[in-house]
Write a protein that binds this ligand. Structure first.
Ligand code: BGC
Length: 344
C-alpha cells in the first residue's frame, strides 16, 4: 500500500513523500529530495513498531544536513583522494569538500537534488522509482548520467534498493544509500550491544584522512574481525574514533547477490540482514555524529547509529588494482541491495 503527499517545497518545487506499507505493518517513508529514506518502522519481537533510522522531522533538516541521513549518495560515494582522478590520460578535478578530498559526490551530490518520482504497486510489493539526470561536468565528473533508483518494500519484509545508470561519455560511478540504523529505535542511544557479522575477511587499509593506502589487510586478530557475530562495542575503544572502514565481501562470482552482513539487537529482537551485488561494504559507527537534533526531539550523538553502505572500494578511480567503477557509454551500471527484516 502506498500513500503519497507533500513533504515540503524547495524553490517553489514540491518535495514528495511516499509511505510504503507491507502485510506485516513495516512502513518505509521515502522523499524525492535526495531519494532519501526518512523513516523505517519495523515490529519488535512483541509486534511493537519503532522507527529504526535516524533523520529529521521536516525538509529543513534535510536541506541543512551534513551527515547524509538516509540519502542516495553519488556520483561516487566515499572519498576520492585529492579530489581528482585520471581517465584515459585526462585528469578530472572534482569538488574538494572533505579537506583536500572529495566525499560522497561533492557539494551538490545526489543527496542534494530533487529526483523525479513514480510510485508503483504490485501483488506482493510496492515501491517508488526515482530518476535523476546528472549533467556532464557536475561536481567535475564527465558525462551526462541518467540514474534510476528503485525502492521496493515486499511482503517478505525486504526493503530493496535497485540502482541503474547509463552515461553518454566514459565516467565513474559508485552509488550507495547512507541510512543510519539503530535497531532499538532511532533515539535509543549507543549501538554497542548490537551484534554484527560481516561476510568479509579483509579491509582496505586507510590513512589518517580515511583514504585507502592501497593495502588490503586481513581482519583476523584485529578489532575489525566480524567474521562471527560480535557486539559492535566489544573492540570499538581499541580504535581512534570507531568503525569507518571498507570491508571486502566474500563472493563466488562478481555481481552475484550474496550475503553481506547481519545485525541483531537482543532487547527488541530485531534482526537486519543485508545482501548485495556490490563487492564491498563500508561499516561506519556514526563517529562524527555530534549531538545534532533529529526526529521527535532526539539528539544524535557519537556511536548512536551505524551505517552499512554497500558499494565499490573507496577511491577506486585512483586504484586500478581495485574492482573498476568506470562506466562506458552503451553499458549499464547495476547495483542491488536487499535489507531483510525479522525478529528473534
Ligand atoms: C564515511 C564517513 C563520513 C560519513 C559522513 C561515511 O560514509 O565513511 O567517514 O564521515 O560518511 O556522514
Amino acid at each position: 500500500m502506498i500513500k503519497k503527499g507533500i513533504f515540503g517545497t524547495i524553490n517553489d518545487k514540491e518535495v514528495e513523500f511516499f509511505l510504503l506499507k507491507n502485510k506485516s505493518s513495516i512502513e518505509a517513508k521515502i522523499i524525492s529530495y535526495g531519494a532519501a529514506l526518512v523513516s523505517l518502522k519495523t515490529p519488535d519481537k512483541n509486534g511493537k513498531l519503532a522507527d529504526i533510522v535516524l533523520g529529521y522531522d521536516g525538509l529543513e533538516g534535510y536541506l541543512n544536513d551534513t551527515c547524509y541521513h538516509g540519502c542516495t549518495v553519488g556520483r561516487v560515494a566515499n572519498r576520492i583522494s585529492n579530489a581528482k582522478f585520471m581517465l584515459d590520460g585526462k585528469e578530472y578535478k572534482l569538488t574538494a569538500n572533505n579537506g583536500s578530498n572529495h566525499l560522497h559526490g561533492g557539494n551538490i551530490g545526489f543527496n542534494r537534488v530533487l529526483w523525479e518520482a513514480r510510485p508503483f504497486e504490485e501483488k506482493d510489493c510496492c515501491g517508488v522509482i526515482f530518476k535523476y539526470q546528472s549533467s556532464d561536468g557536475q561536481e567535475g565528473y564527465p558525462g551526462n548520467l541518467d540514474i534510476t533508483v528503485t525502492y521496493t518494500l515486499t511482503n517478505d519484509n525486504e526493503l530493496k534498493i535497485d540502482y541503474n545508470a547509463v552515461t553518454d561519455k566514459k565516467t565513474v560511478i559508485n552509488l550507495t544509500n547512507h541510512s543510519y540504523f539503530n535497531l532499538a529505535g532511532h533515539d535509543s542511544g549507543d549501538i554497542y550491544s548490537h551484534q554484527i557479522q560481516i561476510n568479509s575477511e579483509s579491509i582496505t587499509e586507510t590513512d589518517a584522512d580515511l583514504t585507502p593506502t592501497g593495502k588490503i589487510i586481513p581482519v583476523k586478530n584485529t578489532p575489525y574481525d566480524f567474521t562471527k557475530l560480535k557486539p559492535m562495542g566489544r573492540d570499538i575503544n581499541k580504535l581512534d574514533m570507531g568503525y569507518d572502514i571498507n570491508y571486502i565481501l566474500k563472493k563466488s562470482s562478481p555481481m552475484e547477490l550474496s550475503f553481506a552482513a547481519k545485525v541483531c539487537e537482543s532487547q527488541s529482537g530485531r534482526v537486519m540482514e543485508i545482501l548485495t551485488s556490490e563487492p564491498a561494504i563500508q561499516f561506519y559507527t556514526g563517529n562524527f555524529l555530534n549531538g545534532s537534533a533529529g526526529k521527535n526531539g532526539a539528539s544524535y550523538k557519537k556511536h548512536n547509529a551505524f551505517c552499512l553502505e554497500t558499494q565499490h572500494y573507496p577511491d577506486s578511480p585512483n586504484h586500478p588494482e581495485f574492482p573498476s567503477v568506470v562506466l562506458n557509454p552503451g553499458d549499464v551500471y547495476r547495483h542491488l541491495t536487499v535489507h531483510k527484516f525479522s525478529v528473534k
